[in-house]
Design a protein around this ligand. Structure first.
Ligand SMILES: Cc1ncc(COP(=O)(O)O)c(C=O)c1O
Length: 373
C-alpha cells in the first residue's frame, strides 16, 4: 500500500463495537481490574492509554518499525533515549542539531556522567570511541539544513545505536529505519500534528530490547502525552502526505526566489541543486525536500521579522501557517555564541517554516519584508 493511502488510516480501522470511523478520545486516568493484576492491558493511564496506543501503532506503521512510543514532547522522547545509557558512556552527535537537543546533552545529561562530542554532519566517515553507545543524527538539520548520509553512518555504527531525529523530513519524505537506523525520534509538535496545537514526541524502533527499556522509562519517568494530544496528532497524520507535498513545493519556490534576491547572502535548502547535500537528499528522501529553509540576510533581522505579515515570528515549525525564527536569539540561543559561530549559525541567519498558503502570496510577503529590512 502506498504511503498516501496508509497514512489516512494509520493505527485505526473502523471501531468494531460502535462503527465509529474516528477513534474516541479515551479521556481517562485509570481502568477497572477484574482481579488484582487482571486487566485489558491498561493498568493505569500513565502506563498505557488506548488513544495513545493508537498513535504509537500509527507512527510505527508509517516509519516501517515494529514499536512506537509517545511522549509529552520531543525533548521528553530524546531524554528517554538517553536513559538507555550509563554514566561514562559517550554520544557521538552531528554538529547541527536543534538548540534544545544541544542543551539537553550539554546542560543536563553531561552532569549525569554522559560524554558528548560532535562531528561534521556531512562526513561519510565517523570515528567511534570505545565507549560510544549512541550516534545521534538529524537530517535535514535544524537550522542549517545539512544532509547526513544515514546509510553511510549506519554502516560504521558497530555496537552503537544509531538515532535519527526525523522531525524535519517526516516518514513521508524519509524512512531512516530502512537506511539502517535503530531508533527514530520525532517532535510530533511539528509536521506530524501539523496545526500548531499540540506538544508531543514519538520514538520508533524495531529493536525489541530497546523498546522494552524505553517502555519501562516511559512509565517509570512518566513524561507521557495526554489522550487529547495523542488524538490531535492522529488527526493531523491523516493529511501528512498532502501537507508535506505543499510545504515542500512552496519551500522550493521560495528558496529559488531568495537565491536571486540581492538582500539574501546565502540560502540553505536541500532542494536547490547548488546545495552541497542535494544529490544525497535526492537519493535519501522521496524527491521532496521539506518545508524548512534558512537564509543569511543582508539587512536588519529585526526589521525583517517586524515586516512579514504571513510569516509569524515564533519558536515552532511544521505548521500549516508560515513561521519565521531567528535561531541565534530563539531556537538556538542555548548554544554559546562562539560555538554557534563555529557551527556556522550566524547572527544574520533567518529560518523559515514554510506553510501551505499560496506560494505567490508568501513570496510577495517576503519581497516586501526584504525591502524593509
Ligand atoms: C529537530 C527537532 N527535534 C526535537 C525538537 C524538540 O521537540 P519539542 O519542542 O516537541 O520538545 C525540536 C523542537 O523544535 C526540533 O526542531
Amino acid at each position: 500500500m502506498r504511503f498516501e493511502t496508509k497514512v489516512v488510516r494509520a493505527g485505526y480501522q473502523v471501531d468494531p463495537v460502535t462503527g465509529a470511523i474516528v477513534p474516541p478520545v479515551h479521556q481517562v486516568a485509570t481502568f477497572a481490574q477484574e482481579e488484582p493484576g487482571v486487566h485489558k492491558g491498561y493498568p493505569y493511564g500513565r502506563t498505557a492509554n488506548p488513544t495513545r496506543s493508537l498513535l504509537e501503532k500509527a507512527i510505527a506503521e508509517l516509519e516501517g518499525g515494529q514499536y512506537g512510543l509517545a511522549f509529552a514532547s520531543g525533548l521528553a522522547a530524546e531524554d528517554a533515549i538517553l536513559h538507555l545509557l550509563q554514566p561514562g558512556d559517550h554520544v557521538l552527535c552531528c554538529d547541527d542539531v536543534y538548540g534544545g537537543t544541544y542543551r539537553l546533552f550539554e546542560q543536563v545529561r553531561r552532569r549525569y556522567g554522559l560524554g558528548f562530542s560532535y562531528f561534521d554532519t556531512t562526513t561519510t566517515k565517523i570515528e567511534l570511541q570505545s565507549n560510544t553507545k549512541l550516534i545521534w543524527l538529524e537530517s535535514p538539520t535544524n537550522p542549517l539544513l545539512k544532509i547526513a548520509d544515514i546509510e553511510a553512518i549506519a554502516r560504521q555504527k558497530g555496537d552503537a545505536l544509531l538515532v535519527v531525529d526525523n522531525t524535519f523530513a517526516t516518514p513521508y519524505l524519509q524512512r531512516p529505519l530502512e537506511l539502517g537506523a535503530d531508533i527514530i525520534v520525532h517532535s510530533s509538535t511539528k509536521y506530524l500534528s501539523g496545526h500548531g496545537d499540540v506538544i508531543g514526541g514519538l520514538v520508533v524502533t524495531s529493536n525489541a530490547a530497546v523498546y522494552e527499556k524505553l517502555k519501562f522509562f516511559q512509565n517509570a519517568i512518566g513524561a507521557v502525552p495526554g489522550p487529547m494530544d495523542c488524538w490531535l496528532v492522529l488527526r493531523g497524520l491523516k493529511t501528512l502526505a498532502l501537507r508535506m507535498r505543499t510545504h515542500s513545493e512552496n519551500a522550493q519556490a521560495i528558496a529559488e526566489f531568495l537565491s536571486t534576491h540581492p538582500k539574501v547572502a546565502r540560502v540553505y535548502y536541500p532542494g536547490l541543486p547548488s546545495h552541497p547535500g542535494h544529490a544525497l537528499a535526492k537519493k535519501q528522501m522521496n524527491g521532496l525536500y521539506g518545508g524548512m529553509l534558512s537564509f543569511e540576510l543582508n539587512g536588519d533581522v529585526k526589521r525583517f521579522a517586524r515586516a512579514t505579515k504571513l510569516f509569524t515570528l515564533a519558536e515552532n515549525l511544521g505548521t500549516v501557517d508560515s513561521l519565521t525564527t531567528h535561531p541565534a536569539t530563539m531556537t538556538h540561543a542555548a548554544i554559546p555564541p562562539e560555538e554557534r559561530a563555529r557551527r556556522g549559525i550566524q547572527d544574520n541567519l533567518v529560518r523559515l517554516s514554510v506553510g501551505i498558503e499560496h506560494a505567490q502570496d508568501l513570496i510577495e510577503d517576503l519581497r516586501q519584508a526584504l525591502e524593509y529590512a
